[in-house]
Design a protein around this ligand. Sequence first.
Ligand code: MCN
Ligand code: CUM
Length: 806
Amino acid sequence: MKDEVTSTEERRENLKGMGCARKRVEDVRFTQGKGNYVDDIKMDGMLFGDFVRSPYAHARVTSINKEAALAIPGVVAVLTAEDLAPLGLHWMPTLAGDKQMVLADGKVLFQGQEVAFVVANDRYAASDGVEAVEVDYEDLPVVTDPFKALEPDAPVLREDLEGQTEGAHGPRKHHNHIFTWEQGDEAATEQVMSTADVVAEEMVYYHRTHPNPLETCGCVASMDKVTGKLTLYGTFQAPHAIRTIVSLISSIPEHKIRVVSPDIGGGFGNKVGAYSGYVCSVVASIVTGKPVKWVEDKMDNLMSTAFARDYWMKGKIAATKEGKITGLHCHVIGDHGGFDACADPTKFPAGFFNICTGSYDIPTAYLSVDGVYTNKAPGGVAYRCSFRVTEAAYFIERMIEVLAIKLDMDSAELRRINFIKKEQFPYQSALGWEYDSGDYHTAWDKALEAVDYKALRAEQAQRIEDFKAGKTRKLMGVGLSFFTEIVGAGPVKNCDILGLGMFDSCEIRIHPTGSAIARLGTISQGQGHATAFAQIIASEIGIPADDITLEEGDTDTAPYGLGTYGSRSMPVAGAATAMASRKIKAKAQMIAAYLLEVHDDDVEFDVDRFAVKGNPERFKTMKEIAFAAYNQAIPGVEPGLEAVSYYDPPNMTYPFGAYICVMELDVDTGEHEIRKFYALDDCGTRVNPMIIEGQVHGGATEGYAIAMGQEIAYDEMGNHKTATLMDFFVPTAMETPTYQTDFTVTPSPHHPIGAKGVGESPNVGSVPAFSNAVHDAFRAFGLVQSHMPHDHWRVWRIADELGLHG
Ligand code: MCN
Ligand code: CUM
């Protein structure tokens, strides 16, 4: 028999289980144009919707005239807030406990805001209809600066909230104020600051940007008037949550709603929230009885859907003369735009920003965050951000550099002496987190050695001399970054989205012939779930990954789950996958024991089979066991072989990493060259190293874009200045650096397979590395702090201000 001559190692390799750099099974379809995205969905009689959008950032809508639009051949309907009001759908709840206009209700609050929804037989007629709708606006004073928004005489943006002194997250201090969120011990922190040897203080701004997925947001709503069932296809990162929200706001019973996320062309947090397009498409389908498709164009997407960041972070960091950090103080002004639509867990209005003590053992800290309304698009929590961990990591990694300057110390050394030590885990942070595990010193040493840090510093010193001697016009920066992520939301007791606890799920069915299907509550947007999650099952149950189909995204078939964002799929659904597998394995053990005529305890699992203990040649393969589950009447054991697990994690996971960027900067042109980018990630047990590497390349490239050129910018009138790809920087293969990836493995102690998330780590870790490299290049010439993005012009200006242009 073949099995008997096959070695354990060969049998293990045959499974392509955990640790295998298995090629992505999804790519067979994607590389052959066989993906099925929202815009590929075509239905009989399908109509198309498009939005009339506001040209003004702040204006009163005095009248809307639909007549000319309705006269255009092919235009079927024009919806306005007035039409939605009787249904109570002219406003919708946001994930942040605020509410948001679905269509302009009396006024508009940002340029590009949805004013009317034109429905037509085809896309072109819809577009013509949009042109023909006549809207009269009366412009109002615009506020794009969150500091000015808080001045006493600033215009009232949210008239609907006027006089309300309580918001969703406590008291409101001003008519444009949303919330104050405080963590830590203020008095103790002030005390540390006032007595410290050294205090460094700086304003760190993480500018507004946008995740800009290749595929924009869209949906197809189809109301079947005969069955009363609504089917909603869309680019949803959380299909089940969307189903529940649609049911709650539309009063359609939840079992009469099927939400399907087909293939998604990148989500990056842009596709977590609910948008006007979804609501209007559903209403239009109910009204017309026909399927209605809405898909944004690139400008729509960049102007109106979830942006990222826009955090003004004022920091104070205290230390001893020797560089031991004693305290951290942080105050944030968060620009949330016209509505608070941050996609955070309910109890966290500033996300997990309170991980801003980073990887350091900082005994005392205080944080307060003020959310502010401005005349800009809503959002803020997107773009591989792990709920604002990106901002937190940028803040602390800049503050470390600023402190190093103040102490006249090497910042690599400053980090080393302040890292949380391996033996301190689980570590309780001053701002409220329990870090599950970590080994920062090992990772840091490995990283510094890999780039030959000492040699880099020697080279840099020489370069500075050469520059001063007029021998070169190029400076060199070494950008250091050490980050701690927090992913895997999250314990149901702490984390919910609109009241839905953030567990996740996996259901596995083994077929009689030993192959399987698994369904998860998450949804891939390019992360390769179908490949990676099958590998967990393969290792846990002993069925080859190639024999396992993985399905996500259809609420009619998938078990309830909270979806994919916050790098939670591996930490939460990955755990559910392992737990469901173990239930199957336990039943398989009973079946094997029955077939082998021994006691349950006398068989043991061996890669792809159960064998009699001490007698390995007596065994039943998982294939045989699967068949027996369906064909043998086993006393006390139900037929079939399937299991489901809903997993509520006991804690989040804390991946970390060390990123180092070596950059050359041309002082006269402001141009940069990334000479080296080294990225060491520790995401615990690595399920698919190749996917992890792909995630790191992608995330670091996004980080490169953000740090070196990408921004969402407005002028003082609130005009969006970067709504096309001509203005919004997206790196191509030309600009993208070459990455050197590396890893250490510190398993999560509470995750069944020890895995932590990784999807967002490279964005969290790389932005400070790029930015610190720019700062580091100019450190010797007196630069302390300058704001991103470090595009050519801004770098040139730094050089100019430092007097380097002679
Ligand atoms: N992985 C692994 N071993 C680990 C951890 C992860 O092999 N220890 C693999 C996973 O199996 C998965 C991938 O790495 O296929 C990412 O897993 P995880 O870190 O759990 O992140 P999620 O799957 O939850 O993805 C979400 C994350 C987020 S929040 C953003 S934003 C982002 C990101 O993923 N959006 C992406 N990466 C993206 N990549 C692509 N291509 N497209 C997006 O929209
Ligand atoms: Cu914050 S972007 Mo991702 O969580 O989808």
